[in-house]
Design a protein around this ligand. Structure first.
Ligand code: NAP
Ligand code: MG
Length: 404
């Protein structure tokens, strides 16, 4: 059989530890036998980032902007411990943070659902995707502990010399706390654009929720920008696709989500996204079943697994012990990127390959062959058997071979 040709260059970002090991197996056993992919390779191994003073991360981000689609392995975000472990020059910034900043992108996380692992919420038949605004709010806050009585004020001093705007936050009569947070119209607009882009891409309804009844300027500004962006650029496209944009209060959204059947892209502010994405992940069982895509407002895409480098399994592996690490999210990072590349290039055979590989992977688990993390949460069945890291990829490869 001749290989399927991917037309345009894809950006590949290799990573660290256990995921680096699974990454090369996925390529060797599930992709390269069937696909001819022009790849531009960036090695984001922590040691190579260190060797290049992190230049390789910036180069990779620029390549995604140039070609449009990238796929990334999990990478170590250096901490003091890691600096010692790998003898690094310094604790370089998180590569994901750097790439997200350069693409001005929004991260969407979606669980991979299989029939024999039921979500904790029984009504959820289809995945719920969280779109988290990853700028500002409490994550870039300024805080003061007020040790005793005093006046707390919010002051804005315009750069053009016009008089400052001043509001009293609180007249303290005893110790207390104060917090200042901000956001920018530009960042909110980029977030909105990425959400509308991704909802249309996935042909799914978009919900956006804030608490604008209480926060009449801050949260209301988010609501206004989303509404304006929708009316200006998306209303007709959404109608033509048969999908909806829906705004509701955050508490109402939570209540509705718990009773919904899923199949929603839920866009939320930074803190809500931090909390809700972990809830959705946990309700779906395993971090290894959560995919992630970074979408820029200009329509550049970077696909990856939501989990990290699975450090504990890697140390076991280095010790010569058997591991049973789950490669599903890594495989789906590749299929997501391939499907997107195929759609942009108009190459149906590439899109079809991505669909078939996903089907082979899902059916492998549904047939009872799975890694340890899933065996713990799958519905009991005599067919269930635990396989090791490589055995799982081999089982998918065998199924894939029969399906192609
Ligand atoms: P992690 O890699 O997400 O793993 C945490 C735990 O979740 C694992 O110990 C394992 O639990 C389970 N797990 C995660 N992925 C799994 C998989 N594919 N198969 C089976 N089990 C899986 O988080 P971490 O170990 O705390 O972080 C390791 C490194 O990853 C850190 O250096 C961090 O900076 C980095 N990180 C990178 C990214 C990214 O690149 N996107 C994201 C997060 C973290 P058990 O041990 O119970 O089996
Ligand atoms: Mg969180």
């Amino acid at each position: 059989m001749s290989k399927i040709k991917v037309k345009t260059t894809m950006v590949e970002m290799d990573g660290d530890e256990m995921t680096r090991i699974m990454w090369s197996m996925v390529k060797a056993k599930l992709l390269f036998p069937y696909l001819d992919i022009p790849l531009e390779y960036y090695d984001l191994h922590v040691k190579y980032r260190d060797d290049t003073d992190d230049q390789v991360t910036f180069d990779a981000a620029r390549a995604i902007i140039k070609y449009g689609v990238g796929v990334k392995c999990a990478t170590i975000t250096p901490t003091e411990d890691r600096v010692k472990e790998y003898d690094l020059k310094k604790a370089w910034k998180s590569p994901n943070g750097t790439i997200r900043a350069m693409l001005d992108g929004t991260v969407f996380r979606t669980p991979i659902q299989v029939k024999n692992v039921k979500p904790s919420v029984s009504s959820w038949k289809k995945p719920i995707t969280i779109g988290r605004h990853a700028y500002g709010d409490v994550y870039n806050n300024t805080e003061i502990y007020a040790p005793g009585p005093g006046k707390a004020e919010l002051v804005f001093t315009p750069a053009d010399g016009s008089p400052p705007v001043r509001q009293t936050i609180h007249d303290f009569t005893a110790p207390g706390i104060i917090q200042g947070i901000h956001n920018t119209d530009q960042s909110i607009a980029s977030f909105a654009k990425a959400c509308f882009t991704h909802a249309l891409d996935q042909k799914t309804d978009l919900w956006f929720s804030t608490k604008d009844t209480i926060s009449k300027i801050y949260d209301a500004n988010f609501r206004r920008i989303f509404a304006e962006e929708f009316e200006k650029n998306w209303q007709d496209k959404f109608a033509a696709t048969g999908i909806e944009y829906f705004f509701t209060l955050i508490d109402d959204a939570v209540a509705r989500i718990m009773k919904s059947e899923g199949g929603i892209l839920w866009a939320v502010k930074n803190y809500d996204g931090d909390v809700m994405s972990d809830m959705i992940a946990s309700a779906n069982g395993s971090l290894a079943m959560m995919t992630s895509v970074l979408v820029s407002p200009d329509g550049h895409y970077e696909y990856e697994a939501a989990h990290g480098t699975v450090q504990k399994h890697y140390y076991k592996h280095l010790n010569g012990e058997e591991t049973s690490s789950n490669s599903m999210a890594l495989i789906f990072a590749w299929t997501g990127a391939l499907r997107k590349r195929g759609e942009l290039d108009g190459t149906d055979d590439v899109v079809r390959f991505a669909d078939i590989l996903e089907k082979a992977a899902i059916e492998t688990i549904e047939g009872g062959t799975m890694t340890g993390d899933l065996l713990l949460i799958a519905e009991p069945n005599p067919n269930n058997r635990k396989v090791n890291t490589e055995g799982f990829i081999d089982a998918i490869a065998a199924r894939l071979e029969n399906m192609l």
